[in-house]
Design a protein around this ligand. Structure first.
Ligand code: CA
Length: 619
């Protein structure tokens, strides 16, 4: 060791000892060189950090400013990383009153090749949504982690921890891929060190750490890598509206405005329409935005610029670390909407082909369309969110299939819902779904009628948009939301050693469940290659006598879907559908492979959706 280095090290140690202090936490834990945005803001946490001067000694890295906040335990350091900067570690030194407070190495990693060109999930994909605690237990050794607040493991308790984890998902990626899914959305897997009921993952207590009961950050990356190799795009569920009440910063907030209502919690009014309402009272807007989702989830204040930067960088860190293909943003209309907009733009400027889907749970398409990128809103709000969840369509399909046919009821609901597409800047960028982790299962919504269920599933897999299927839908998993959320998140059979039924292998699966699994697999794998379903145009005909006909078409192909909701077989006269059928003389049923002549009429059994690929050739 040369003399100068020895002296500086001695100085560092002496300084650190004399101040009795050191930096205890640095976030983000690392960054990358070559990002589009050269700026990086570090959050440093340590005793009495306020007022420290900060230096960086690395080629191409410099400190542009450091900012103390209300709480002296925090210091925010702004760095500029220019194009001269090479990957590696550089030293950050903090001094206070001419003495070294602390000094540490910070890593700037090399990016994966073409990291910025990642293709986000899109309408060529079908997304499988699963709840990690409830899908498969690949590692029983992490079921109970004694250092966590909630240590009980109880598979019979709907709100308890069941032991599912990332290893379990890795173990069954082949199942997901063979079924025909091409994207995977996991409910959040970041640390939820709450005293109870945090199995769902939405009460995050550390934004940079996977919950040890699910695995590690490295295992999450292993899942992302293996999924990518199998053609599955990974979508991360993120929450910017709130954190868990036991988040590490709750004991010692950077500032009183770090969270909203920090002096005494108030619950949000959940009146999301105040975001659009031209007549909304300011007090209602504020309570909607700043009130807490529930008492165990404090509301983050995205108007605090340090918080905003923290969240933006956190999302980019995970995209870069995992090589994500998408983000699902929880409770999209609850945070500050201008910050959310800035966030979308920041992410898309780093990754132009990335996709983000936001949750706005409303059956009103006007409200949904307000948030979609490209929408021109009267209040001047320019949304940045590419994709929204199509709750209006979900509601319409449920009603269409369960209501008696009438002028204003039954299939006309689906027809009308789709006709509302004129208000969306991009209907292909709507996530369409029969159900999710917060709803009664679609099968239950339809009164457990398998034929109607097949019709609905067929619709979602052939309509415009990005279909999302909730785990277990393919094997007719039951349970309704009325029993509580824990009950609609049952364990996937076969995910735990000793399960009497195994849906991965088909062992002991009921005949009905196995048949439905086959149906899903056939349709999903067929859809995978069908550009005409991914990006084709749509034409549909007003429903008549319980029959609804639509087609997806492009220059090369036409797929015609005929839905017969009647109990009985009907004869379909082809003349009315000549706009679709045109030059074609027959169609191939994509499920059975049977060729159906389309000359004058054809017959379709009761309660059936027939998917026909129209053939140019002779019949
Ligand atoms: Ca486990």
């Amino acid at each position: 060791m040369n003399r100068i280095r020895f002296l500086s090290l001695a100085l560092i140690i002496a300084g650190a000892i004399s101040a009795g202090a050191q930096v205890q936490r640095v976030e983000p834990p690392n960054w990358w060189v070559g990002m589009n945005n050269p700026e990086l803001q570090l959050m440093l946490v340590g005793e009495d950090l306020a007022g420290c001067t900060v230096k960086a000694d690395g080629e191409g890295v410099r400190v542009t400013s450091s900012c103390s906040v209300e709480n002296p335990t925090y210091l925010f350091v702004n760095l500029l990383i220019d194009e001269k900067c090479m990957p590696g570690e550089f030293r950050i030194t903090l001094e206070k009153e001419s003495e070294v407070y602390d000094s540490f190495l910070y890593e700037l990693r090399e990016r994966q090749p073409n990291a910025e060109k990642v293709e986000g999930f899109n309408s060529s994909d079908v997304v499988y949504l699963l709840m990690p605690d409830r899908f498969a237990n690949g590692d029983p050794s992490n079921d109970i982690v004694k250092t966590m607040r909630e240590t009980a493991l109880n598979r019979s308790e709907p709100y308890g921890r069941h032991g599912g984890d990332l290893q379990g998902i890795i173990d069954h990626l082949d199942y997901i891929s063979n079924m025909g899914f091409t994207a995977l959305w996991l409910n959040p897997v970041l640390e939820n060190d709450q005293p109870r009921s945090s199995y769902h993952g939405y009460a995050i207590t550390d934004f940079y750490k996977v919950d040890p009961r699910f695995g590690t950050n490295e295992m999450y990356r292993e899942l992302a890598d293996q999924a990518r190799e199998k053609g599955i795009k990974l979508i991360m569920d993120m929450v910017f509206n709130h954190c868990g009440s036991k988040h590490w910063w709750m004991e010692n907030l950077p500032s009183s405005d770090w969270i909203n209502y920090s002096d005494g919690y108030r619950v949000t009014n959940h009146r999301r329409t105040v975001n659009q309402d031209p007549y909304a009272a300011q007090t209602d807007i504020e309570l909607m935005r700043d009130g807490w989702f529930v008492p165990s989830m404090p509301d983050l204040n995205q108007r605090n610029p340090f918080m905003a930067t923290y969240l933006v960088q956190n999302s980019i860190w995970w995209i870069e670390y995992l090589g994500l293909a998408g983000i699902r943003m929880d409770t999209y209309p609850y945070p500050d909407k201008n910050m959310m907009d800035d966030w979308c733009r920041a992410v898309l400027s780093e990754y132009p082909d990335f996709n983000i889907v936001g949750e706005e749970w409303t059956t009103n398409p006007l409200t949904v369309s307000y948030w979609q990128k490209g929408q021109v809103n009267k209040d001047g709000y320019e949304p940045g969110l590419p994709t929204l969840m199509d709750f209006p369509l979900q509601d319409a399909v449920r009603k269409a299939l369960t209501e008696e046919e009438g002028w204003n009821s039954g299939l006309i609901r689906m027809y009308d819902a789709l006709s509302n597409d004129f208000i969306y800047p991009d209907p292909f960028n709507l996530m369409i779904f029969p159900d999710n982790h917060d709803m009664s299962r679609f099968y239950m919504q339809l009164g457990m009628q398998q034929d109607l269920y097949k019709m609905g599933i067929t619709y979602f897999l052939t309509s415009r948009g990005i279909p999302q299927i909730y785990y277990g839908s393919e094997i007719l998993m039951t349970h309704t939301e009325g029993d509580g959320h824990g009950y609609i998140r049952k364990d996937f059979p076969g995910g735990w050693t000793g399960d009497p039924t195994n849906a991965f292998t088909g062992e002991n699966l009921s005949k009905d469940a196995a048949a439905m699994q086959d149906y899903f697999m056939n349709l999903l794998n067929w859809r995978k290659e069908k550009t005409v379903i991914h990006t084709g145009k749509t034409i549909h005909f007003t429903p008549q006598d319980g029959v609804y006909v639509y087609a997806r078409y492009n220059d090369n192909e036409t797929v015609m879907v005929v839905m017969n909701k009647n109990n009985r077989e009907v004869k379909v006269e082809t003349e009315r559908y000549s706009e679709i059928i045109g030059k074609y003389r027959a169609g191939t049923d994509v499920i059975t492979g049977k060729i159906i002549p389309l000359d004058e009429s054809f017959r379709i059994p009761g309660k059936t959706a027939l998917v026909l690929e129209l053939n140019k050739g002779e019949k």
